[in-house]
Design a binder for this molecule. Sequence first.
Ligand code: DOR
Ligand code: ZN
Length: 425
Amino acid sequence: MTSFLIKGVSVVGGPATDLRLRDGTVAEVGPDLPTTDAEVIDAAGLVALPGLVDMHTHLREPGREDAETVATGSRAAALGGYTAVCAMANTDPVADTAGVVEQVWRLGRRAGLVDVQPVGAVTVGLRGERLSELGAMAESAAAVRIFSDDGHCVADPRLMRRALEYVKAFDGVIAQHAEEPRLTEGAQMHEGEVSARLGLTGWPAVAEEAIIARDALLAEHVGARLHICHVSTAGSVELIRAAKARGVRVSAEVTPHHLLLTDDRVGGYDPVFKVNPPLRTERDVAALREAVRDGVIDVIATDHAPHTVEDKECEWAYARPGMLGLQTALSVALSVFGPDWRLLADRLSCQPARLAGLTGHGVDPAPGAPANLTLVDPAAQVTVEPAELASRSRNTPYAGLQLPGRVVATFLRGEPTVLDGKAVK
Ligand code: DOR
Ligand code: ZN
């Protein structure tokens, strides 16, 4: 095992120092460490962050390997600065058994670029009719802790209650895709001025908020952990703020695209901007940003949702919802929040690692800590080129956009997965 000496790096925005990585851990931190036999990385001007952790990634394997695989998605993740990702359960077959989650977990180990932590489906086949084998998935080699029907809402309140009761026994968490299905039938975009002008069926904010209000009450009643996926409205933020204030065990995530883009993008009918929940308004974006700053929203999660050209470059109404996110999340967050490295490390690494129970991740580089970290060049500007992305799909909404910050290197347990901005395998 090679050891690395990272010279002159700012640890989460602090003063320049050296880091020695050896045997999978951060062995030493301090100025002017001796070189010994280490491989030296000149990191002057770079910032070291704990390796990013994505609570919400669609890797598409098994079933849609034409859109993404565990290997291609892992590569995109490492290049984006990630050392761990939670793989959503809406695969084909659905990750609703110990067998499927173990398969995904093993594929992640084999790719070896990030820790792939499978999410288990709440209900069999994501059909919202009966609970899947939650306990068997928790006890499997994949040790599932997060359960989600993401892509679908667990709409039946009785089933949602049972799911919360079940996972409470092993401190699991139900991650809800908050969308009251009766209020979003046929929906194509956010319901508001733009949808009225375009004549497209709207997805009203209340469809998200009604489920969050209900589930916060259920989580409070049961005393179990609830996580809200991809929060997209100002009203949702206020519901989560109120639930947290009265002690409900609720956490929340927001995506980079909901922090940056608004529904006026739909006007060009380019399906690259079609996503679920939909892009909202300036007012929502402002509230989401504020909620990240004040901690009501715990986590920035990508909802990386690769789709093939056939599923994306078609008429708006037929296009699948979703956009790529793994390789652009840090840059989008940096452009939104500026170089507040403590905030970025917390929302992109520490909080998601804590909520997902990924010990060894989300820890600042310090002596004895596992060497899961990423080195970022904050001065670099990168223009997003879809063809250059590591994902098997091309559906980034940021094509041609110049964004700040570049991931220079990523280390997983002391071994580089990215060096000089390139994946090592
Ligand atoms: O836009 C989305 N795409 N939202 C979801 O909830 C699911 C995801 C997907 O799987 O493509
Ligand atoms: Zn979702």
